[in-house]
Design a protein around this ligand. Structure first.
Ligand code: PLP
Length: 409
């Protein structure tokens, strides 16, 4: 019998092979049949220090031996308290409050709800969310609403709410983005949500810190909330702990997930400014923040995230990131069969010159299959190829990844 599993973003009608992975370590995925693959996309951008990192695995095992799960409405536990204290210590000081959830999408949903709650409880209700063209914030109804519309959400269009979209700040055309954001702010927007410096699923599109700083300044001038979706960009991906750091930007709401646990187990947080928390603070129960999921702040996931924070505190993570960033820049520049090579910290991307540029175009599946056959996990976005490996990848392993791209015709 074939597997009953219905995989995400997978067309089962094409009968493409689905490798069965039995074990993972560092950058390696070991198949049940003895084959192995280099995970050059960090298993959908989550694995930072490497798969099955011993410190994170030990923290999970230790916590699992003590406490599995606890309702988090009105109850608390030590791993969550330690993690929240650790996060407020390393994240921008103005982000004083930590709200837990369990995926990147829910961290964004929470941020959107907090933004609207803030305006409602201040007695000046605002609902309009401003978004950037080509953005991706998740696949739930709310996050699809604030993301790029396309074939992947066409069927659900009636469920999506209306937003104001500003153009991507392409080099030389930034003013159009500023003008559109300024206009949206003037007309009373509630919040602007953006992926800082690097738009991931939209095609690994990069814009400079100065542009991010200007976008944040426009929002600040109008009192419009600035939501940084750092689900992908945080935890060193763009070269610094947060991408916002490079622009000196402190958001009002910050969404974190993926590398929060080093990529080991699902967890997310939305960090909020004191003003947003204070707007919900009251003796009136009707003003509480109405959001939870059953597994909010799961203790085992929190313990994994605490181990991730310890690695950041005690090991030279930023040095590893700088080394990887330099290697990525050097290797992507050497490729002859791509155009528009670019890097943002540890992430390198480029396009295969192809007229088949759509998300579902034939080139990406062909490339992904060729990489899979060559022992590398890569997943092109349309004709954009990118490399986003765990930070522990060695120069030889990186060479194997780039050989797959160089050989693709
Ligand atoms: N936001 C960004 C910027 C992302 O890249 C992603 C996932 O890739 C998400 C949100 C959604 O995260 P999740 O898949 O954990 O729901």
């Amino acid at each position: 019998m074939t597997s009953p599993i219905w995989h995400p973003f997978t067309q089962h009608g094409l009968n493409e092979p689905i490798p069965l992975i039995a074990r993972s370590e560092g950058v390696w995925l070991h198949g049940a049949d003895g084959r192995k693959w280099i995970d050059a996309i960090s298993s959908w951008w989550v694995t930072t220090h490497g798969h099955s990192h011993p410190r994170i695995m030990a923290a999970i095992a230790e916590q699992a031996g003590r406490m599995d799960q606890l309702i988090f409405a009105g109850w608390t536990h030590e791993p969550a308290e330690t993690l929240a204290a650790g996060l407020t210590a390393i994240m921008p000081a103005d982000l004083t409050r930590v709200f837990f959830s369990d995926s990147g999408s829910t961290s964004v949903e929470v941020a959107l709800k907090m933004a609207l709650g803030y305006w409602l409880h201040r007695g000046e209700p605002r609902q309009r969310i401003v978004v950037m063209e080509h953005s991706y914030h998740g696949d739930t109804i709310g996050t699809m609403s604030v993301g790029e519309r396309g074939v992947y959400n066409r069927a659900y269009e009636p469920l999506l709410f209306d937003v104001t979209t500003v153009p991507f700040p392409a080099a030389g055309a930034e003013q159009a983005t500023y003008d559109a954001l300024e206009a949206a702010c003037r007309s009373g927007a509630a919040a602007f949500i953006v992926e800082p410096l690097l738009l991931g699923a939209g095609g690994m599109l990069i814009y400079p810190p100065a542009v991010l700083a200007e976008l944040a300044a426009i929002c600040a001038r109008h009192g419009v909330l600035f939501i940084a979706d750092e689900v992908m960009t945080a935890w060193g991906r763009t070269g610094t702990l947060l991408a916002c750091e490079q622009a000196g930007v402190v958001p009002d709401l910050l969404c974190l997930s993926k590398g929060l646990t080093g990529g080991a187990v699902p967890l997310a947080v939305t960090m909020a400014s004191e003003a947003i928390y204070a707007a919900h603070l009251s003796t009136d129960r009707g003003r509480m923040f109405f959001h939870s999921s059953s597994y909010t702040a799961n203790p085992i996931a929190c313990a994994a995230a605490c181990a991730n924070l310890a690695i950041w505190r005690e090991e030279p993570v930023l040095d590893r990131i700088a080394t990887l960033a330099a290697r990525q820049a050097e290797r992507i520049a050497r490729l002859l069969n791509v155009v528009n090579p670019r890097v943002c910290g540890t992430v390198a991307a480029a396009e295969f010159p192809s007229d088949q540029s759509g998300y579902l175009a034939g080139m990406a599946p062909r490339f992904n299959a060729a990489a899979r056959e060559a022992g590398v996990l890569l997943r092109a976005l349309g004709n954009t190829v990118y490399v986003m490996p765990p930070y522990c990848i060695t120069p030889d392993e990186l060479d194997q990844v780039y050989a797959v791209i160089a050989d693709f015709v």
